[in-house]
Structure formats: C-alpha cells, structure tokens
Design a protein around this ligand. Structure first.
Ligand code: ADP
Ligand code: ZN
Length: 746
C-alpha cells in the first residue's frame, strides 16, 4: 500500500499536511530524518505512516508517560497494533508486552528514554527487527531546548549497540538553529534530511491584554467560553497563582481543575484525567502541565502570567486548536510578570549546580529570552508576525488575525450598528444575554428564538451580514462607553442605560476602532455550530463510546471529525469514510452507530433548518385508564389549593394528586405536566452540568410564575432547579384538562 493509502485507511485523512509527505518519503528511503513542526502540525503521522510500511517494529522514544498512553490509545483506536513500555506497567504487563513484541504483534512501541538502559529492553531490542528509531520531542537532548533531559543522551549508544543500525528520525517543535544542530550532533544522525515546516498556525488567534484586574478579566473571558461549552487551559507562572485562580473559577461555578508540581502524583493524575475526559472544562496549571497532552478539543489557552520565553509561549499556546478549529491564545500581561520572570531566572542561577561559566551563560540566555517575550507583549507589532520572525520565518507585517492587527483598524462611525444593537436589547425586553441578542440580530434560525417568539420582533435579522464577533465587539464598546449595562450574576443580561436614548435618537454618534471581519472567513470554515443540535447528539454518542472503553472522547473522534459529520451527514459506509479522521477501523467500529444517529436525526429533520419537534419526549401511552384518570383529575382539581410558597415539581404533583384523589401515578402526571409545559414554551430542555439534559426556564416562564434557583447539594455540587410560584401552581391546575388532552390524545 502506498503512503497516502495508509493515511486514508488508518488515519482517515485525505491528504498530507504541509511537510508530512516529504518527511515520510525521506524516512521510507532509509535516510535519517529530522522534522521540525509546530505543536499540532501533525508530527506523529510522519513517523507512524512509515512505521506501518516498513518491516519490523518502530521504537518511538518519548519523554512522558501520558504522551505515550495517548498516542498508543489513539493508534489502537485506528486499528494499529502498538504498545508502550514505561514505569507505569506492572511486571506482568511488561512481560506480556515483551512476549507480544517478540511474536511480532506490534508495529510501533513507545518507550521512555530511561528504559533504553534496562537489561530487559536491551534483550528484546537485540531479538526483534527494529525498523526505525524515532525520537519524539527531540529538543530534550539539547541543553538549549527548554526541557533538557539527560537520559536522551543515551539514545545514540543504544542505537549503536543494535545488530543493525535502523533509520533514525527525530521530531521537535523547537525551531531554533542551535537546538536543531544539537539534535543532529547529539543523536548522531547521518546526513539527515531536515525539514522545518511553516510555524504559522492559521487557526490560532493571538491576543495580548493588559487588564488592570486580571482576575476580573479572566472571569469575563471564561464566562464567554463557558457559554459555548468550550474547553481550555489557563497557565499561571506559580503554584500559588494556580491555586488562587482555580479557586476563584470554581467558586464562580466554572468547571475547573488544577495541576502543578506541588500536588501529589495521585491528584495530578486524577485532575489531568478529569480534564482529558471532559469531566472538567478548564485546566488551571503551571507549565508542568501539558507536554504530551494531546487533547484535541482545547479551544483556548489563556496565559494568566507572561511565560519565560517565546518558545514556551508558542508551545503552550499551541495546545489550542490541535484539530484545526479556530482557537484563541490570549496572554494577560502585566509589568509584574517581567519582575517575577527575572527573579525566577536569577534564583535558578543561584541554585544551579552547573559550572559557573555555563551557569552564567544560561542565565544571560534566559534573560534575553525573557526580554524577547516581554517584547512580544509590548512592541505593538503584529503578534503572529513577531512569533514567526522569532523562529526565523518570514512573515507579513500584518496577519489580520491577532489583537494588534485587529485593533489597528481605522476608527469608524458605528452609530447605525450601535442603534441596531441597542434597539434589539430594548425590543427583546432587556432580559437576554449577549449571545441571544447576537442570535436575534443575525437572524439565527435557532428553535430557542422561535419558541420564545424572538424571531417575530422587528430587530430580528437586521444584522444578518455581521459576524457574531463584530456584534460582540461593538456591544463591548457600548458597554465601556456606558450605554449598555451588563447585570452581575450567573446569567448576565444586557440592559440599556438612560444615556443610550441619545444614541437611539441619533443625537450622538458613536465612533470606535472595530476590526473588520477578517476572522469571519476563518470562523465560517468552522462547521461546529452549523448544526449544534446534531453536533450535540454526536458528542453524546461519542461520550458513550468513550466511557465504555475508558478512553478520552477525542480518541474516538476529534471535534473536527464530528463537525465534518454534521457537514457531510453521511448515511452510508462509503460516505462515512469520506469524513475527515475516519479510516477503515473507525468505520467498522463506530460507523453503524454514528450513521444511525445521523439518519435518525435527518429523518426527523428533513429540512435544512431543523424544526421543533412537537412530539413529547416520553409520551404517556394512550389508554382508556389514563384518560379516565385525567378525567378524574380534571374534576377533582377544583379542590386543589396552591401552596403559598414556591414549590418544586414533586411537591406540586403530590399536592394535586392528594387534592384530586385521582388514580394517576405521580411519575406519569409529572411527565405529562413537563411535556405540556414544554410544548407550550414555558419550559425547555437544556444541557445540565453532567452532560445530560434538564428542564430549564424560557422567556415565557416568568409570565406564569415559573423560575429557576441555583442550589448547592450537600456534596457541594451546584445545580439548577425549577420552582413554581403560587401563580404557576394555579395555572397548571387550571390547565389540567389541556394537560390531560395533551398526554392522552396526541
Ligand atoms: P504534533 O505532534 O505535531 O503536535 P499531532 O501529531 O498530535 O501534532 O497532530 C495534531 C492533530 O492533527 C491530530 O488530531 C492529528 O490527527 C491531526 N492530523 C495530523 N495529520 C493530519 C492530516 N494529514 N490531515 C488532517 N489531520 C491531521
Ligand atoms: Zn497580526
């Protein structure tokens, strides 16, 4: 099979990305090879494809246990026989791997560099045919790389002791000339083919902010991401900061966890898994976290403090958007970060056990790197351009997708747009958050809007051509100018300040620098939200599959793959194979179930725009008995007197049953009440914290006195529950006839 067939069949990708094919070809020709590619560019494929095509077993030397586990997990999912050898294996497991390796079961084995010296491994290596040695994160061999690992220095010795020297390959994301030279020299690569691919990650948006209050700024950012269900990392420079930031976020009700070297190994493991398995959305961590974290659905990386150098920054920020989705890399800068950075460098110099001249050289180098990093934050040039030039690449003066380029736009008159936004907030009753306002203005076809009647108001769709980002930006400006007030609390809503009347009447004009919609095109290629409902269904299915096998969800399919399914809606195996990231084995394993889910969804929603299904979720079966029970209820309900307190549904139902003396089960009645309320638009199904659904209030709930309350369970878990006021209780009782009809006759 040819390399592109392997790529398709096992990895499910149509074509190689930049640089991949050249690297694969070089390896296949038997030449030592060095690949330098930014994080997320797809280094693994470069050695995994040849590994499958060559005779024997490829040994991949990898610095971190989590990295190996992830890689092996993903390979096995794709039907590739792979294993790892590291200190996490028990003796029995180790022997099993060795036996299998000797029997030729695997194509790829990952090992930690420390294992290379062990007698057991050396014995194995002498017995089997090794097709290739790949050194992942190869900058670890250089003291000029940011994470030097002395055990990497043993690799050439190991290779030399093999009966036959296999082809040697090395991969890294560190691009400096010096590190590259070190890798070639210290790994003793023979006349290597080296290729440095473009370091530009086009799907990343870069931003530097200088907030006066970082904590408040972070909260604002996270709130926005959280609304969209996005997952991300917040990097802090110290353990203390990690603790503080994580505590604040958790207290704010966000799903966050933490990671730093001061935690027990057990806690680090648990927290890391919580994040990887999507049980926690936000990871707050020091730079100890992340190397080898392959989680593909990280869509933002926020640096709460400036990191020590551009290499670290780009590597950490690069953990966003690995599956190619547009993602944000935001750095919260303050002058203090520079002071802290210098302090840390000097401290490590004082504690260094290196010979003094080397220590001093290292110190100077680190201070220079810190200065370069500071310059990134302060110079005011295109951020992407700065990074690319730092890594020795040519870059245009403006990229159009960073905070500098975006803010450089001309000051323009945005009075008309401002009026549209203000008027929309007013027409919608000053009851909604920015997301809903954007949806109305853009004329989103979402069922939420139509259910609430928001698609009937006069401002619906009047900003169809503006991106959500632009509307949000203008809204933000209007907020800073004091025309809009955002309420505090978990569900902030936008209200108008009296001063906004002047804008609405056209007495004052509004001017601001609002970047043009450069980002819009990129965002549009993101299919994510095209069909959020189907995406949601597919995500749930993926979660189920992942849970059964105890693997992270993205190992089954990346978000990008699911998005592609939403776009292509495959309903046959052939069509399913066309989805990016679907190879033969994934088709076989998951094709049927995903196809079924897609078909089912499409059948229920034949039109482009999914319509609201009126069918109740859990409809009661029509039966004479039930009709009778409801008839009794309707009669007996006259005796029901609502509680003066706000009650929960359970209390309401048992109150009704007790008063009416009807022969109906509480569960059935409750279902009927819920379904009727939903069908009337007084309640709706919305996602809960656990990945399931719950009943939530709608724009109409308040009309009849239904509202929500946030409660903390004794376990400390927060959840939202719906409460029924006296008015709501009476309303439901009065409508018992309709509820009965709905339940019985539909
Ligand atoms: P790196 O090791 O360079 O940081 P990875 O090897 O983890 O990056 O790849 C990043 C992501 O890109 C993974 O989700 C991977 O499956 C995906 N990917 C790699 N090669 C391709 C390709 N040719 N087409 C589409 N996606 C790819
Ligand atoms: Zn730029």
């Amino acid at each position: 099979m040819r390399h592109n067939e392997i790529l398709k069949q096992y990895f499910g990708y149509e074509s190689f990305r930049e640089g991949q094919e050249e690297l694969v070809n070089s390896i296949l020709s038997g030449r030592d090879t060095l690949g330098v590619m930014p994080t997320g560019a797809g280094k693994s494929v470069c050695y995994q494809v040849p590994a499958l095509m060559m005779e024997g077993i490829a040994i991949v030397i990898s610095p971190l246990i989590s990295l190996m586990q992830d890689q092996v997990g993903a390979l096995v999912q794709s039907g590739i026989r792979a294993a790892y050898i590291n200190s996490s294996l028990t003796m029995n497991q180790l022997y099993a791997v060795i036996r299998n390796a000797e029997a030729g079961v695997y194509k790829i084995i990952y090992v930690a560099p420390e294992r290379l010296d062990s007698e057991i491994f050396l014995n194995l290596a002498r017995k089997i045919k090794i097709s290739m040695i790949t050194v992942d994160e190869a900058h670890c061999i250089s003291q000029w790389g940011q994470d030097f690992r002395p055990s990497y220095l043993n690799i050439p010795k190991f290779a030399a002791e093999l009966p036959e020297r296999p082809v040697m390959t090395a991969f890294t994301a560190t691009a400096t000339q010096r590190v590259r030279e070190d890798i070639i020299r210290l790994l003793e690569l023979h006349d290597p083919f080296s290729l440095v691919t473009g370091f530009d990650r086009k799907n990343l948006y870069f931003e530097v902010r200088r907030p006066s209050d970082k904590s408040a700024d972070l909260k604002r950012l996270i709130t926005a991401y959280d609304k969209d269900g996005r997952s991300g990392i917040v990097y802090c420079s110290t353990r203390k900061a990690v603790e503080e930031v994580c505590d604040k976020l958790t207290q704010g009700g966000f799903s966050a966890t933490r990671y730093h070297a001061g935690l027990s190994e057990e806690e680090r493991r648990v927290n890391q898994e919580d994040f990887i398995f999507d049980r926690k959305r936000i990871m707050v961590a020091t730079n100890a976290f992340g190397m080898g974290i392959d989680k593909s659905n990280v869509t933002f990386v926020i640096h709460y403090n400036m990191p020590k150098d551009v290499e670290s920054y780009y590597q950490e920020a690069g953990r966003a958007g690995r599956d190619g989705s547009p993602s944000d890399c935001i750095l919260l800068y303050s002058g203090r970060d520079v002071v802290t950075g210098e302090y840390l460098i000097n401290k490590s110099y004082e504690e260094s056990e290196l010979p003094p001249e080397i220590a001093e050289e290292t110190r100077r180098r680190d201070l220079k790197r810190l200065r370069d990093m500071t310059f990134y934050c302060t110079c005011g040039d295109c951020l992407r351009g700065y990074i690319l030039r730092y890594f020795g690449e040519k870059a245009p003066m403006e990229c159009g997708c960073c905070s500098v380029c975006c803010s450089d736009s001309e000051e323009t008159d945005i009075t008309v747009e401002s009026q549209k936004i203000l008027s929309c907030i007013f027409r919608a009753g000053q009851r909604f958050g920015v997301k809903t306002i954007c949806d109305i203005l853009r004329g989103s076809g979402s069922e939420q809007l139509s259910r609430r009647g928001l698609d009937k108001i006069s401002t619906y769709g009047i900003m169809q051509d503006a991106s959500e980002k632009r509307i949000r930006r203008i809204e933000e400006r209007l907020e800073t100018m004091g025309y809009i007030i955002r309420t505090e609390g978990d569900y902030p809503v936008l209200k108008l300040d009296n001063s906004s009347l002047e804008v609405l009447r056209g007495n004052v004009s509004v001017k601001a620098r609002i970047p043009e919609d450069e980002v819009k095109k990129k965002k549009e290629t993101l299919v994510y939200a095209r069909d959020p409902k189907l995406m949601d269904i597919l995500k749930k299915l993926r979660q189920k599959k992942a849970a059964v096998q105890s693997v992270p969800a993205y190992v089954i399919f990346t978000d990008a793959s699911l998005a592609d399914m939403c776009e292509k809606r495959p309903v046959t195996p052939e069509e399913f194979l066309n989805v990016s990231g679907v190879g033969d084995v994934k088709l076989e394993r998951y094709g049927a179930d995903f196809i079924q889910a897609i078909k089912y969804y499409c059948d229920g929603n034949p039109s482009e725009e999914p319509t609201v299904s009126k069918a109740p979720v859990n409809r009661m079966k029509t039966s004479a008995d039930r009709k009778k029970a409801f008839a009794e209820l309707e009669k007996g309900i006259a005796d029901f007197s609502p509680s003066e307190e706000n009650v929960h549904i359970t209390a309401l139902i048992s109150g009704i049953i007790a008063a009416a003396g009807a022969n109906v089960s509480a569960a059935n009645l409750r279902t009927a009440v819920f379904e009727w309320l939903i069908s009337e638009g007084y309640l709706e199904l919305c996602p809960d914290n656990e990945g399931g659904t719950r009943k939530g209030i709608t724009a109409r709930s308040a009309e009849i006195g239904i509202f929500e309350e946030e409660v903390t369970a004794s376990s400390g878990k927060k959840y939202t529950r719906v409460l029924y006021s006296t008015q709501a209780q009476r309303f439901i009782a009065d409508n018992m006839g309709n509820i009965g009809k709905f339940a019985g006759h539909l």
